[in-house]
Structures are given as structure tokens and as C-alpha cells.
Ligand binder design. Structure first.
Ligand code: ATP
Length: 260
């Protein structure tokens, strides 16, 4: 891809329905290149669905999604496959292959960039191995390169998962509750790393979180969803906690009952 445009992600009137459930309801969003945007909202407010619409994991029902210069909402399967090598995805559950070493797991991130399959460490070039080691070094786990992934702590596994995603060479990184299963210290370490790749690589990060304090501490911008609609879109600078907590105000139904 050529030089990235200043806007990394644009959605216009994005709607995603599952049967009769409207998960995302007319969301307009602009994410600038190099920004760390956190999506907040109650469980079921549409955060994960919105994230998955950005790389075409969920086809959209209506509206537009543009990532870099790719119109995701009308992309053909081959175009979507190409896009997904430019868009990394970090999941809550790490999804490492436990019996493989950390280095082998990170190398998997490069599969989209090489021709043909790879079976084991010996089939990777020295250049790829050096690159994978450099990513492990960056996340502070170079000395664990030869250790089986399933022997690491949750926090360490999530860092390896991040290194694997960086190995992909993405421009956009989508992270779906990347710290939900981590203790506060490890959660902070992972958020630090996400912010660092934003700053140093000008990588754009869109991340869902449940912890408002982490969002306030690390995000450049906060986007709040309620019932699939965008109800907050503010730079984190100067935003008050009370303002953010409004996102979590329960929806009032016609009968006065509170629902999420
Ligand atoms: N694959 C699916 N099929 C049917 N309904 C879905 C599907 N994925 C999400 N939904 C529904 O869409 C709505 C939004 O869900 P989504 O997972 O995006 O919310 P969320 O804000 O990410 O929630 P959480 O914080 O619990 O992960 C919910 O009502 C959910 O049940």
C-alpha cells in the first residue's frame, strides 16, 4: 500500500442487523491515522459488532465503511482477504497455539506475506526469524522465544499475540477487549504497548474496553455506544469521568423499565 491517508477509518450511517436485532444503528465515525480510539458501552451495545464490520468479518446491512482507501462495505472476497493482511485483530482470548514456541507463534503473523505453507521453525527464513525476535524483544519477551506459549501467563500470552499481529505488518489494529482477562498490572502493560505502537509506528488502533479508567488513561479518543448508536465521541483530553459514565446510563423504555 502507498502512504496512508490521514483518515484511517471512516464509517457513514453504518447499520448492522442480525435478524430483528439492530446491533449497530447508523454510526458515523472517523479515526485518524495514528490514533488510539477506545469503544466503550454496556454489554450488547454493539462494540464488537462495529469492530468486526471494520475488517469485513461482519458484512454491513447498510451504510459505508472505508479503511485506508478500501470500501469495505462493497469489497469483493479477494479485496477483503488483502485488506485483512493490513488489518490486525487482537482478541480477548489470545488464540495462540499452545504447543508452539513464542517465536513460532509470532512467525504465524507473517503467513499472509509469504507464499506457500510453513511447517515448523526450519522452514522460515533467517530474516523472518530475526524480525519475529525483534517483535518479541519489543514486547519484552525475547528471552522466552523458545518457550511453549501455553507455559506463559495470560499477560505474557497477550503480549505474544500482539507481537504476532505486529509481525503481520498491519496499518490498522483492531483489539476486542484485549485486556478483559488480565489483572490491572498486565492490562496496563498491554495498553502501554498499544499506545507505543501508535506513537512509534503510526499504527491506528481501535480497541473495545470495559474499563473506563483504562480508556481515560490510554485513549486519544473515546467513542461511546448505547443501543448500537454513538452517544459519545470526544478526545480524551479534558473529558470528565462523569461524562464518560453517561454512556452507561441505562436506556429507558416506554414503560419506564431500565434496559441495557
Ligand atoms: N453473530 C450474531 N448473531 C446474532 N446476534 C448477534 C451476533 N453478534 C452480536 N449480536 C447481537 O448484537 C448486539 C450487539 O452485540 P455486541 O457483541 O456487538 O455487543 P458488545 O457491546 O460488544 O457486547 P460485549 O461488551 O458483551 O462484548 C447484541 O444484542 C448481540 O446479542
Amino acid at each position: 500500500m502507498s502512504a496512508p491517508p490521514a483518515t484511517a477509518v471512516t464509517t457513514r450511517g453504518l447499520v448492522k442487523r442480525f435478524g430483528t436485532t439492530t446491533a449497530v444503528d447508523g454510526v458515523d465515525l472517523e479515526v485518524r491515522t495514528g490514533e488510539l480510539v477506545v469503544l466503550l458501552g454496556l454489554s450488547g451495545s454493539g462494540k464488537s459488532t462495529l469492530l468486526r464490520c471494520l475488517n469485513g468479518l461482519h458484512p454491513v446491512t447498510a451504510g459505508e465503511v472505508v479503511v485506508d482507501t478500501v470500501a469495505v462495505h462493497r469489497a469483493r472476497p479477494a479485496e477483503l482477504r488483502r485488506l485483512r493482511t493490513d488489518v490486525g485483530f487482537v482478541f480477548q482470548q489470545f488464540n495462540l497455539i499452545g504447543r508452539l514456541t513464542c517465536l513460532e507463534n509470532v512467525l504465524i503473523g507473517a503467513l499472509g506475506r509469504v507464499r506457500g505453507p510453513r511447517y515448523g521453525l526450519l522452514t522460515w527464513s533467517a530474516r523472518h526469524k530475526r524480525e519475529a525476535l525483534a517483535h518479541l524483544d519489543r514486547i519484552g519477551l525475547a528471552d522466552q522465544a523458545d518457550q511453549r506459549a501455553d507455559t506463559l501467563s495470560g499477560g505474557q500470552q497477550q503480549r505474544v499475540a500482539l507481537a504476532r499481529t505486529l509481525m503481520q505488518g498491519p496499518r490498522l489494529l483492531l483489539a476486542d477487549e484485549p485486556v478483559a482477562s488480565l489483572d490491572p498490572e498486565n492490562a496496563g502493560t498491554v495498553m502501554d504497548l498499544l499506545l507505543r505502537v501508535c506513537r512509534e509506528d503510526r499504527l491506528t488502533v481501535v480497541c473495545t474496553l470495559h474499563q473506563v479508567d483504562l480508556a481515560l488513561g490510554w485513549a486519544h479518543r473515546l467513542v461511546g455506544l448505547r443501543g448500537g448508536r454513538k452517544v459519545l465521541d470526544r478526545t480524551a483530553d479534558g473529558v470528565s469521568r462523569a461524562e464518560v459514565m453517561e454512556v452507561y446510563r441505562r436506556l429507558e423504555t416506554a414503560t419506564g423499565m431500565a434496559v441495557a
